[in-house]
Design a protein around this ligand. Structure first.
Ligand SMILES: [Zn+2]
Length: 290
């Protein structure tokens, strides 16, 4: 696979590369990212640029130089630390993920990071996704998974919860909601009346707010799970939520259930389900989680 990767002017891509450049300097590169939005071409281009940046031996102003040995090998798809998986036929099969797992196990590093690019990651079979989940759960050293998908909603919530999300499109960018902790405290009160009041309050706003609210909620539970499991502020999506994350006692399993319920509610709302009823039923379910 060969990708020309030095000529993009995408602002979103530039933001993503800035993130990686900083993360590399701070030793803060995570194990798994989901790149969604943009075109399939842009997602692939982003993945290859990230792979080059992670392994480039002559980084210039936070970007891969494009001319060192490592950059050339990444561009040509021949770098020994670069692994790519794409659907075979209609899906990505468990045999492909198992082969990857085996390859990762015995091959040595040539560069700094092993990078695994999974194209059209939403096409993983459930078995393949569960197998990948196991790989993501094990500490792998300097290994970075880049999962590419058109929409994050197409991914299994369990996989999503393991990935940092990078959005390459212009819409649905994450907008933090002010005083989100106050909304969350109503859900954490486990008080059904407060849950219903919250549903009424949220549905009074326009659709943009509603979408942002649910996307904040999804990320909050994702961060709650990270906090519960790893207690690392660095890995949080939004560290301003730390105080409410600490106060909450919901288990990681509870968070996964929450993520699944929120994702289902998002899908129902996309199919024009009744807003108030959907939110009421979602929030009541969330207050019941342990
Ligand atoms: Zn280079």
């Amino acid at each position: 696979m060969s990708v020309k990767y030095m000529n993009s002017s995408s602002k979103a891509l530039s933001k993503v590369l800035n993130y990686f450049s900083t993360a590399i300097c701070n030793n803060g590169v995570s194990h798994a990212y989901l790149l969604s939005g943009g075109s399939a071409h842009l997602r692939r281009e982003a993945a290859f640029q990230i792979a080059a940046l992670l392994n480039c031996t002559a980084v210039e102003e936070g970007r891969a130089c494009g001319s060192c040995e490592a950059c050339k090998k990444v561009e040509g798809g021949t770098h020994p630390d670069l692994y790519t998986i794409e659907p075979e036929g209609a899906s990505i099969k468990i045999s492909q993920v198992r082969k990857l797992q085996k390859d990762l196990g015995y091959k040595k590093y040539e560069g700094k990071y092993k990078v695994i690019i999974i194209e059209e990651a939403a096409k993983m079979t459930t078995e393949a996704a569960n197998c990948l989940l196991k790989i993501l759960e094990e500490p792998l050293g300097s290994t970075v998974f880049l999962l590419l998908a058109e929409q994050k909603q197409n991914m299994l919530p369990t996989i999503l919860s393991r990935c940092q999300h990078m959005y390459l499109g212009l819409h649905d960018e994450f907008v933090p909601i002010e005083d989100f902790d106050q909304y969350i405290s109503k859900l954490l009160s486990k008080d059904k009346l407060q849950a219903i009041e919250l549903a009424e309050e949220v549905q009074k706003n326009d659709d943009n707010f509603l979408q942002s609210f649910l996307s904040n909620l999804l990320r909050w539970y994702r961060d709650r799970m990270v906090w519960e499991e790893i207690r690392s502020e660095k890995l949080l999506f939004n560290s301003t939520w730390l105080s409410s994350l600490k106060k909450c006692e919901i288990t990681a399993e509870g968070c996964i259930a929450a993520i699944e319920k929120i994702t289902a509610a998002q899908k129902n709302l996309e199919s024009n389900a009744n807003k108030l009823l959907t939110l009421e039923s979602l929030f009541l379910e969330l207050t019941a989680l342990r």
